[in-house]
Write a new protein. Sequence first.
Length: 211
Amino acid sequence: MATRDVPTTVASAVAREGVTALVTYTYGAQSAMSTGISYDGGVTFKASGERTRSSTLEAPFFAKTGTKRTPANWEYRVEMEQFVIGHECLGNKPDQFFIRGYRTSPGGPSGEFGPVRSRLPLWTCRYNKKVGGDSVSTVPAEAYTYQRGFTFAPVKGASFTGTATSGYSTTVAVTFAFAKPERGERARKNVWCGHTGKPTARGQRVQGFQR
């Protein structure tokens, strides 16, 4: 059995001008990741299900603030351990073995955390929800499933791309903090949205902005 440390996307957030995004991924956070399987000796891998793992580590992500020119569009990654298990079969000679196939399985966070600029596109909000205060956080619900949550080489010359999702909870959350108006400045409405529905609906990437 071999192990690989693989950066895995666990959350994303878009913050427009005047909004700061803060993502937390703390002890007990749960992430579901694809498992992979290869029946041809490691030439090709395909998804064969998923497994959920809980974090035993804290992830201190830095806050990201959007500007008028450049919205903060970030993906937040946690380095996950992936186990690679080879299946052997007996050969025709004594003590002769052949690798018949491989399986991959997530083991949980292994230590490194960091944001990267998102590969996912910005979007124009249609399903807006007004925020009553100066901040708002995701509520317990299933987060967006990242179709390319992670990619790695289980064995030399092979590649496996899997999905990843971290259900929003008290341990996995995206929080938007909205800028307060300067003295004499007109107050703006604080708003957030999801990319295909309301921000509290399942499977949403979330965005915060002011108008």
